[in-house]
Design a protein around this ligand. Structure first.
Ligand SMILES: [Zn+2]
Length: 450
């Protein structure tokens, strides 16, 4: 089967569809009149500002999605992946020879022994895991470099023009470098371990691989907020003597929420967009407020936002989502186990057949398989957005049940205006892309008398 043509064809289909709905959205963003449902809530000036920000972001999206579609077409059309794979093996081998020369000295018997006894000396025999790590590293670095101009433009032109960017060039470069170092320090060992598990566990590898990644994901829920987030931001405990802290504690008691600590994070170092979130297991929940939220919303509104967040916890939204993701991941790995040694898949993307002593590289198999899975990813993304919007309504309803409905209403409007959120979304666009319901729909649901 012509897998590659199907993958390329489908990616152009998705690209065309997404560009079409982006165009519909762009037309809505060019409208001059405040929608009737919002005429009591926002001024013409606020509406104009939000439309203008939306149009700038929308133009940026037209360019960035064309750019990434072009990348996909070039990578697949010119068979850059097989080329990158074989160069990775060559580079690993060259590095090995170079390091051995330094270690044992040129033209010594020790060097000859090292070069004849190690598989690393021959590019065709370099162990799969080493080649996979080099391949992934090169792929990530190339991607970071190729996406840097767009990321720069988004931060320092679009966001800046509308007063959101607070990031300096130094912070931005630092973020890029830290992201790369994290990918190497954390992603490298995890990838190596995953490939090792596949090599060692035979036909049922999908089960062990899934178990390993589940454990990794669960530990990341602890590692990310405690060790990774602090690399990018500073979290300061909110003083327990403040009136805001007292109100948060009272809310936690009212909702029987096992609150441990409250932090304020310096989100304003990078962006003026505002937010709040929670993390932690069992009875040690931590609440994190963006400093921008604390500054812009009054205390009653912050409480209403937190009541909404507690609503997510009450309704078990995170465990349910995690379970759905795990079932999906298991099914994906299970299906993948039938494709891992499927010669037509590799042949279609112009990967050479393995020699007698080797098999198809797992990483490449998974990469090609995930291309083939593209249609399912699109459907799953749509379904997850549907579920997420339903969850948002439920969390709002919970806040309302705590008699925070009016305050939440005020907070939603205020934050939406401060963030210049889209006030005039196209129905197709919001159905496809939005993880949160449009403002008007949320206000209508809050207003409903039950
Ligand atoms: Zn929410």
């Amino acid at each position: 089967m012509a897998y590659k043509s199907a993958v390329l064809g489908f990616s152009f289909l998705v690209y065309s569809f997404e560009t079409y709905i982006q165009y519909r959205q762009h037309k809505k963003l060019s409208e001059k009149h405040v929608p009737t449902a919002l005429s009591q809530i926002v001024t013409q000036e606020t509406f104009d500002k939000s439309q203008s920000y939306g149009r700038d972001r929308s133009l940026f999206l037209f360019v960035s999605s064309a750019y990434s579609q072009l990348q996909t077409a070039v990578i697949l059309g010119f068979d850059l992946l097989p080329a990158l794979w074989s160069s990775s093996a060559h580079v690993v081998s060259r590095v090995f020879v170079y390091v051995s020369r330094i270690r044992f000295g040129d033209n010594t018997p020790a060097l000859t022994t090292a070069l004849t006894s190690s598989p690393f000396a021959d590019p065709a025999a370099v162990p799969e895991i080493a080649t996979s790590l080099a391949f992934t590293g090169a792929f990530i670095i190339a991607n970071q470099i190729l996406s840097a101009p767009l990321s720069y433009y988004s931060t320092f032109v679009v966001e800046k023009r509308h007063g959101f960017n607070k990031s300096t060039f130094g912070t931005w470069i630092g973020d890029q470098v830290k992201t790369l170092l994290l990918a190497a320090g954390l992603g490298g060992p995890v990838l190596a371990a995953a490939l090792w598990i596949v090599q060692k566990s035979g036909r049922q590898f999908y089960f062990y691989l899934w178990g390993f990644l589940l454990l990794f994901q669960l530990s990341m829920m602890h590692i990310y907020p405690n060790f990774i987030q602090p690399l990018f931001n500073t979290l300061t405990p909110l003083s327990p003597t403040t009136s805001l802290h007292a109100k948060i504690r009272a809310l936690a008691e009212r909702a029987s929420f096992p609150m441990d600590k409250v932090f304020v994070v310096d989100g304003s170092r990078r962006s003026a967009h505002s937010n709040a979130y929670m993390y932690g297991f069992g009875n040690n929940k931590r609440i994190v407020l963006f400093d921008t939220l604390v500054e812009k919303a009054d205390e009653e509104e912050v409480i209403a936002v937190l009541a909404h967040e507690i609503g997510h916890w009450k309704r078990n939204h995170v465990p349910v989502l995690l379970t759905i993701q795990q079932i999906n991941m298991f099914l994906v790995f299970y299906t993948f186990s039938h494709f891992a040694h499927h010669p037509p898949l590799f042949a279609s993307f112009n990967f050479p057949a393995p020699t007698n002593s080797t098999s198809y590289p797992t990483l490449i198999a998974f990469l090609l398989f995930s291309f083939v899975l593209g249609p399912w990813d699109s459907v799953a993304g749509l379904l997850l957005n549907l579920l997420s919007r339903k969850n948002e309504f439920e969390a709002d309803a919970y806040a309302k049940s705590l008699r925070e409905g009016e305050q939440l209403r005020g907070a939603l409007v205020k934050l939406h205006i401060e963030n210049l959120g889209n006030l005039n979304p196209d129905k197709w666009y919001s159905t496809y892309h939005y993880s949160h319901p449009p403002l008007v729909e949320r206000l209508e649901a809050l207003d409903k008398t039950d």
